[in-house]
Write a protein that binds this ligand. Structure first.
Ligand code: FAD
Length: 484
């Protein structure tokens, strides 16, 4: 086995890992980073931007929230059932991180909210491509961070997964990784930062720790390689588990074409398998709340339904709910898109000349659906939703064939949590003692949302990754100095 020696080992190079590596190096530590994948950047390569407060950009636009306001929103939202010290440390760090990233050379567009009523905390990265920002805009940031890490002499080993963390007594002493040829490399180090992005690509862990059965009642994104490695290695050296969850949203399984996707995320009629309404569709822009609401229905399944009149309205006037990620204002030809998708084998889209036929295609109880549509059309006629008080401007009857429907399931960006840390990102054992020299950051340690992702403060998971990464890097470097 080949052996190397350093001060700090960082496991993985997503936003948490790269931020940790850069911060540790900026604090004077020698750093090695080991990455399982063939590129740096992790899941952030697919994202758009991160949470920030009190940034230069927000100040220029007179935008809140301040760190105090964000902390209050966060703790009210989570009912204080999360580690308030960790939340505070993260939000306080976030008050400098966007400026820190700008100093490193990252360029941002304006801060954005994710949906109406949300806070303008989402600092969307200026993409390298022309046109409006979309998924993968944040790749530009991850490139800048990678270059900066290299400039600071951080050695990055790609396609070299860490397979074991080494500990003697209560002190971390390094790691073992496997190179491209499967040969082990031992890296001796005084501190190790774990940042392997969670278990979103491991259906068995998802089932065991969150209860969701992937492919059946959740269709979350599976980013290759996120198989809980860091969590399992941390548990292996005595780390306590933290609350584990999915970063829940909702969606139509297997359909990513923006026109279709957006058309079936509009606040029209939503029913469950019984044909019954179960939520105020007017809040569907909050994808976490919608995922939650769908998740407590029979077979965790819902259907979004509209008729020909509503379809034409969307094609002429445009969408009620416009997405920052897919900024499409109106679809061209919904019927054509649905037809093509069905012909291509999509089993989650339905089109029929009667509600009975639509119910039969989708497996919805036809009597239940008929009753619901009658009741809903009554609410539309009188301009008040007696059941869920949906905004009256969104009440549109379902009565003109054709009828269109889509099956929606809970979805998600990935997993949350696994390793118990304190507000200094130090990993704790089951007795809440520190495992000396062990730090965790990002998704592996992100258990600060309680039962629901805090989408009201958007950019939150990437923000948590970047900020806990910075904290972990600084703390690890300072711990290493204590040996001098
Ligand atoms: C499509 C999509 C869009 C998103 N958009 C946003 C957004 O706009 N804003 C936001 O806040 N969040 C967004 N997220 C979530 C965000 O990207 C993640 O929260 C964030 O990237 C987590 O950072 P991380 O460093 O903890 O882990 P990751 O970015 O997931 O990185 C983990 C890294 O660990 C590596 N790894 C795994 N095992 C090992 C091992 N054994 N040894 C070495 N390396 C290993 C992986 O290869 C990977 O590179 C999005 C997620 C998705 C899927």
């Amino acid at each position: 086995m080949s052996k190397i020696e350093t001060d700090v080992v960082v496991i993985a190079t997503g936003p948490a890992g790269l931020a940790a590596a850069i911060s540790a190096a900026q604090s004077g530590a020698r750093v090695l980073a080991f990455e399982k994948g063939s590129t740096t950047g992790g899941t952030a390569n697919m994202g758009m931007g991160l949470f920030g407060v009190e940034s230069r950009l927000q100040k220029l636009k007179q935008m809140g929230p301040s760190r105090d306001e964000a902390f209050k929103i966060f703790m009210d939202y989570t009912h204080w059932r999360v580690d308030a010290q960790l939340v505070r440390a993260y939000i306080d760090k976030a008050a400098t991180t966007i400026d820190w990233l700008e100093d490193l050379g990252v360029e941002f567009l304006e801060p954005a909210a994710y949906f109406p009523g949300g806070a303008f905390t989402w600092h969307i990265v200026k993409p390298v491509y022309e046109g409006p920002p979309g998924p993968m805009a944040a790749t530009a940031m991850m490139k800048v961070l990678t270059e900066k890490a290299k400039e600071l002499d951080v050695k990055i080993f790609l396609q070299t997964p860490v397979v074991k963390i080494l500990k003697e007594g209560n002190k971390i002493t390094g790691i073992v990784a496997e190179d491209k040829g499967g040969e082990p490399i031992q890296a001796d180090a005084k501190a190790v930062v774990i940042a392997t992005g969670g278990f979103g690509d491991d259906p068995k862990m998802i089932k065991k720790y969150t209860g969701y059965e992937w492919g059946k009642d959740i269709a979350s994104m599976r980013i290759p390689g996120l198989t809980g490695d860091g969590i399992k290695m941390a548990w292996g050296v005595g780390a306590a588990p933290s609350e584990m969850n999915m970063e829940l949203t909702y969606g139509m399984p297997g359909e990513s074409e923006p026109a279709l996707n957006r058309s079936f995320r509009q606040p029209h009629l939503m029913v469950n398998l019984l044909g019954e309404r179960f939520m105020d569709e007017g809040i569907m822009h909050n994808t976490t709340f919608t995922g939650n609401a769908i998740g407590v229905q029979k077979e965790k399944t819902a259907f979004l339904i509209f008729d020909e009149t509503i379809k034409k309205m969307m094609e002429t006037k445009g969408f009620d709910s416009v997405s920052v990620v897919f900024p499409l204002m109106k679809p061209d030809d919904i019927e054509g898109s649905v037809k093509n998708a069905i012909e291509a084998g999509n089993k989650n889209l339905f089109m029929a000349d009667s509600l009975d036929e639509l119910a039969s295609q989708a497996g919805i109880d036809p009597e239940g659906l008929k009753k619901t549509v009658d009741e809903y059309n009554g609410f539309c006629a009188k301009g008040h939703d007696d059941k869920f008080n949906k905004n009256h401007t969104l009440l549109r009857p379902i009565r003109e064939p054709k009828y269109y429907g889509a099956r929606l399931l809970p979805s998600g960006y990935g997993s949350l949590g696994g390793i118990k840390i304190n507000y200094r990102t130090e990993v704790l054992d089951k007795k809440w003692n520190k495992i000396l020299g062990l730090y965790a950051a990002g998704t592996d340690a992100c258990s600060i949302y309680g039962d629901s992702y805090v989408f009201v403060l958007p950019g939150n998971t990437m923000g948590f990754a970047m900020n806990t990464g910075r904290i972990a890097g600084e703390r690890a470097a300072s711990y290493v100095k204590s040996f001098d």
